[in-house]
Ligand binder design. Structure first.
Ligand SMILES: O=C(O)C(=O)C[C@]1(C(=O)O)C=C[C@@H](O)C=C1
Length: 359
């Protein structure tokens, strides 16, 4: 089966947005049942309960999950409270154990998505399943690898697929644990509009404070679900304590989210009017860029005839400074305008280099 042919009706069985919540790791039966019960009591609309059973950790000698024993607790959560259940699988043994324990949703973690052999092994073990299988983005910002993993699953006739955006690792310290790189997820959505996209604010933020704004940003962009780590006693959690929240906090976070519609209803005409105006401005932008490139060509010929270097740092600095000043005057971000002018300059240099080569 081709990935692009997949219908993915599975998401419509859930209210929008789909919420997957539960502890980072299963620690004990009591912890699982208490978390599940308190999510219900708090009124959090969570159809899918998650818990990590096998935990890939960066450093050795840490807690790497309770293993198969935790699957029994997941089953109990399902039986007592009616949740669907979800866990991470990283090899064929995990898959077999999870299928036997009747886990409804399996996800492939970021550290596994980077390894095509591991993904293929999981795909083979899941061949033809109608369970829901979600693929987290790889730790590195590589869209092809993310999509490649989904292609392997589609190739094994797994048709209930989705993707989880959990952010990307960076060497540089930032306010995020894993930077969102929203553009990669939007490129994903453009290429695969049929694959539901779920945000994982817990791993993006790495703390409790930014969760709702990341979740809201994702809903603004048209994501279909959120996955949020929730623990009955987050401060004492055995893994990722800093990013887990209580069931009560989860309930209030969810009730504060504004749900956006993908389809426009009731204001079509007004929207269309603005879109027409934008298309008109886009045309002018392109026309002006073409005029600018023609001028650059003329300068390129002059430079070629007079043996002058293409790159003129002083002039370029003056152009950038002027553009940034104008950006500020017109209420736009200087970084935004600077990045556009960088791209324009790059192309201008390409055009002039071509002229030099052809002479
Ligand atoms: O002013 C020039 O010398 C140009 O060739 C134009 C231009 C530009 O595109 O603005 C291009 C290359 C130079 O590095 C500086 C500026």
């Amino acid at each position: 089966m081709q990935l692009t042919d997949i219908k993915n009706d599975w998401i419509s069985q859930f209210n929008h947005p789909l919420v997957i919540a539960g502890p980072c790791s299963a620690e004990s039966e009591t912890q699982m049942l208490e978390t599940a019960a308190r999510m219900k009591e708090a009124g959090a609309a969570v159809p899918v309960f998650r818990a990590g059973i096998w935990k890939p950790r960066t450093k050795p000698n840490g807690f790497e999950g309770v293993g198969s024993m935790g699957l029994g607790w997941l089953r109990k959560v399902k039986q007592e409270f009616g949740y669907k259940t979800a866990t991470e699988v990283a090899n064929m043994h995990h898959v077999q154990a999870a299928l036997e324990a009747d886990v409804d949703v399996l996800w492939i973690g970021a550290r596994t998505t980077v390894n095509p052999f591991a993904v293929q092994e999981i795909a083979n073990a899941l061949q033809g399943t109608d369970r829901i299988v979600l693929v987290k983005n790889p730790v590195n910002p590589d869209l092809a690898l993310w999509i490649g993993a989904l292609e392997r699953l589609a190739g094994a006739d797994i048709h209930n697929l989705g993707a989880i955006h959990r952010g990307f690792s960076t060497y540089r310290k930032t306010n995020y644990r894993n930077i969102p790189n929203w553009q990669i997820a939007l490129d994903f959505k453009n290429q695969l509009p049929n694959i539901p996209l779920i945000i994982d604010p817990s791993h993006i933020c790495g703390n409790r404070t930014g969760l709702s704004s990341v979740a809201q940003e994702a809903l603004n962009l048209g994501y279909q679900g959120v996955m949020i780590e929730t623990h009955c006693n987050p401060d004492e959690a055995w893994s990722d304590a800093r990013q887990q929240i209580t069931p009560e906090t989860l309930a209030s976070l969810l009730s504060g989210l504004v749900v956006r519609n993908e389809e426009c209803a009731g204001f079509d005409e007004e929207l269309e009017r603005y879109r027409t105006l934008i298309s008109d401005v886009d045309y002018q932008v392109i026309d002006l860029l073409s005029q600018r490139m023609k001028l650059s060509e003329k300068i390129g010929m002059l430079k070629s005839d007079n043996n002058l270097t293409v790159f003129q740092p002083d002039r370029w600095k003056a152009v950038t400074e002027y553009a940034k000043r104008k950006a500020e005057e017109t209420g736009m971000s200087q970084e935004f305008i600077e990045s556009i002018f960088k791209t324009i300059h790059e192309q201008s240099v390409v055009v002039q280099n071509d002229i030099m080569k052809s002479k």
